[in-house]
Design a protein around this ligand. Structure first.
Ligand SMILES: CC(=O)NCC[C@H](N)C(=O)O
Length: 133
């Protein structure tokens, strides 16, 4: 069994700062559970463009307010606490954050640690050893 607390992750290499968010990565590939799980806060006033070509991501909002734009299907969704979205079609999307949003994010395959978005908003596909798979 794995038990972790947010205050144990803060300030470690599982606490990853991006330009528009902080991602506290509770579970990663080397935990060997088949997915990664993050507590992510995206900051008010920011816009983040993403395209998870290599992963499926599920996102559950527990705090704040944002607008999600599905660029592939030309749809817009209001994101508030209690809303889940899942990028099961690897959709290109944008999050425009009105109030800091706190999200529980699950990635399959799991992230390995320090991944950050490239110019297209994609995370690389890495193994637990950090090498491209
Ligand atoms: C909601 C979202 O996708 N934010 C970007 C960060 C990502 N969820 C992460 O935790 O690395």
């Amino acid at each position: 069994m794995i038990v972790r607390r947010l205050d144990e992750i803060s300030g470690t290499n599982r606490d990853v700062e991006g330009p528009t968010f902080v991602s506290r990565r509770f579970l990663l590939a080397d935990d060997q559970v088949g997915f990664s799980l993050h507590d992510t806060v995206l900051y008010a006033g920011t816009v983040t463009n993403m395209w998870y070509r290599n992963h499926i991501e599920a996102v559950y909002c527990i705090e704040g307010h944002a607008t999600l734009q599905d660029l592939d299907n030309d749809e817009t969704h209001d994101i508030r606490p209690g809303t889940l979205y899942t990028l099961n079609g690897h959709e290109r999307h944008t999050l425009t954050v009105h109030e800091d949003v706190r999200m529980v994010c699950v990635f399959n395959p799991p992230l390995t640690g320090g991944e950050l978005h490239d110019d297209e908003g994609t995370y690389p596909l890495l193994t637990a050893e950090g090498a491209p798979s």
